[in-house]
Design a protein around this ligand. Structure first.
Ligand code: FES
Ligand code: FES
Length: 164
């Protein structure tokens, strides 16, 4: 479909307003990666099963492979690229993942981190069992689950909950 016949999508991505045409059939993950070059968000299964594509929409985690780009018109999107401060200081969840060595290949990590940020903000990170339950939508082929739970737990102690 030619670009000039595509509808315009207006969103705020990582605190920056963005307006760009999208194919009405495009998913959010494809728009972020293909149109905006934000390739930190990963596409794993592309069918809502792995969590690698997790981003925040108005502060809530969503699977961007299961979300049409046009469905987030007017909303605020946060991706892994938007977590660190402008001076490069990592978000506490990012720092905890480093400190706890909570990854191996790293493919699932952006989705894990975004989900963890929301999990903590939701107030769903008050115990190991709760973290396991509320992070269960994010799969890790390298099975770094023990370290991931430790990282979320450590970050939860530093981050202000909850948003609900
Ligand atoms: S790529 Fe979206 S859930 Fe797997
Ligand atoms: S670190 Fe490799 S898939 Fe999770």
């Amino acid at each position: 479909m030619p670009g000039n016949s595509e509808p315009m999508l207006s969103v705020t991505v990582n605190d920056h307003p963005r307006d760009f045409p999208v194919d009405p059939r495009s998913t959010l993950v494809d728009a972020l990666r293909g149109r905006l070059g934000l390739t930190g968000t990963k596409k794993g299964c592309d069918r809502g099963e792995c969590g690698a594509c997790t981003v925040l929409v108005d502060g809530r985690r969503v699977l961007s492979c299961m979300t049409l780009a046009l469905a987030v018109h007017g909303k605020e999107i946060t991706t892994i690229e938007g977590l660190a401060s402008d001076d490069g200081t990592l978000h506490p969840v990012q720092q905890s993942f480093l400190d706890k060595d909570a990854f191996q290949c790293g493919f699932c990590t952006p989705g894990q981190v975004m989900s963890a940020v929301a999990c903590i903000a939701e107030g769903h990170a008050t115990s190991t069992d709760e973290i396991k339950e509320w992070m269960s939508g994010n799969l890790c082929r390298c099975a770094a689950y023990v370290q991931i739970v430790e990282a979320v737990s450590e970050a939860a102690a530093e981050v202000e909950p909850p948003i609900r």
